[in-house]
Design a protein around this ligand. Structure first.
Ligand SMILES: *Cc1c(COP(=O)(O)O)cnc(C)c1O
Length: 352
């Protein structure tokens, strides 16, 4: 393990990842994201609530942790290109790491349901982006077909290297807290991330970094909650586009995490997600809507008296708010207008 945190997660956790001394490391300095104590949420729930701010990764989401490894391994294997289906963040991350590695990046996204910031990222990094007339689940099925040829590597989270890289976030939490939290709350879409955290916590236990593992509680959006209902959703629907997924690729992994840890998967509604979104913003923390599903879930569990007093709780904030500027503008109060004169400006500001 290196102490150089800017070196990225592969250098930092090399001994715990499937790399050798000859693996080319494609990194943008991902990982080492802040674990912030939320005073507001701690007060409201009676727990000690920490927020793992994964939006501060290089491309603004946790996807970078898995992508650094997936792209490094693709390069090592001699791939000329990577391909992914995406609700946005996977494509932004794949595009950036592929550009860094000098690989071609191909992306399939559902038309009309990718937040503006994510689309801009994929395009500016030179990815070949195709919008398809179908949702994420359809895009993933098509992408798997495209990847069958061999020289093009699939970098969705069905690629096991994605999960390996993403598990490092659990290592960081355990290191920061001196052990695992009591509860781990996380948004769930394709369920790769909950699978990865659970793997990370179990490995941390095995190597003695923690004496416990947390209960894993995942949250899907009500209109896209296949794991909650036990049935794939043909037309998933939610404003939280990053978790607008009807048939999670890592469904099994989520079930395993939940049953082995005594956790749960439940649904939160779009209004609940947006309430958490604005609450976080009022604490200075800007996330994209999907990210606030973990906090919406916390509030719901708290209302149901399912949060023990004083328990250490970690909520994962998966992506940055700048990803989806249109949602922020729709939720925020309007800007004011005034001529360039002091009195009308003071009037508008209401400061005296
Ligand atoms: C990908 C993503 C999720 C969902 O993660 P899964 O691994 O698909 O469950 C949640 N929030 C954001 C911001 C994401 O980019």
């Amino acid at each position: 393990m290196t102490d150089d945190r800017s070196a990225g997660i592969i250098e930092r956790y090399r001994d715990h990842l499937p790399v050798s001394s000859t693996t080319p490391v494609v990194s943008l300095g991902e990982g080492d994201t802040p674990l912030l104590l939320s005073e507001g949420l701690s007060e409201r729930t009676g727990a000690r609530v920490y927020l793992k701010y994964e939006g501060l990764n290089p491309t603004g989401s946790f996807k970078d942790r898995g992508m650094t490894l997936a792209v490094s391994k693709a390069l090592e294997a001699g791939a000329g290109a990577v391909v992914c289906a995406s609700t946005g963040n996977t494509s932004a991350s794949a595009a950036a790491y592929a550009a860094r590695a000098g690989l071609v990046c191909a992306v399939l996204v559902p038309e009309g349901f990718v937040a503006l910031g994510k689309l801009a990222q994929a395009l500016i990094h030179g990815a070949r982006v195709v919008e398809i007339e179908g949702n994420f689940d359809v895009a993933l099925t098509l992408t798997k077909e495209i990847a069958r040829s061999g020289e093009i590597t699939l970098v969705n989270s069905v690629n096991p290297h994605r999960i390996e890289g993403q598990k490092t976030a659990a290592f960081e939490i355990v290191e920061a807290l001196g052990g695992a939290p009591y509860l781990h709350l996380i948004p769930v879409g394709n369920a790769g991330n909950i699978t990865a955290y659970w793997k990370g916590y179990r490995e941390a236990l095995e190597v003695g970094w923690s004496e416990t593992t947390p209960a894993m509680h995942g949250f899907q959006a009500e209109g896209a909650a296949p794991i909650v209902t036990g049935k794939a959703v043909a037309e998933p629907n939610t404003i939280a586009t990053a978790i607008r997924i009807g048939n999670p690729a890592s469904w099994e992994g989520a079930n395993e995490a939940v049953s082995a840890s005594n956790g749960s998967i439940s649904a939160v509604s779009d209004p609940e997600i947006l309430e958490a979104y604005t609450m976080l913003a009022s604490e200075g923390i800007f996330v994209e809507p999907a990210s606030s599903a973990s906090v919406a879930g916390l509030l719901k569990m708290s209302d149901a008296k399912r949060i023990p007093a004083g328990a250490t709780v970690v909520c994962i904030l998966t992506g940055h708010g700048l990803k989806d500027p249109e949602r922020a503008l729709a939720m925020a109060p309007d800007r004011m207008k005034a001529p360039a004169e002091l009195d009308p400006i003071r009037d508008q500001l209401g400061l005296d």
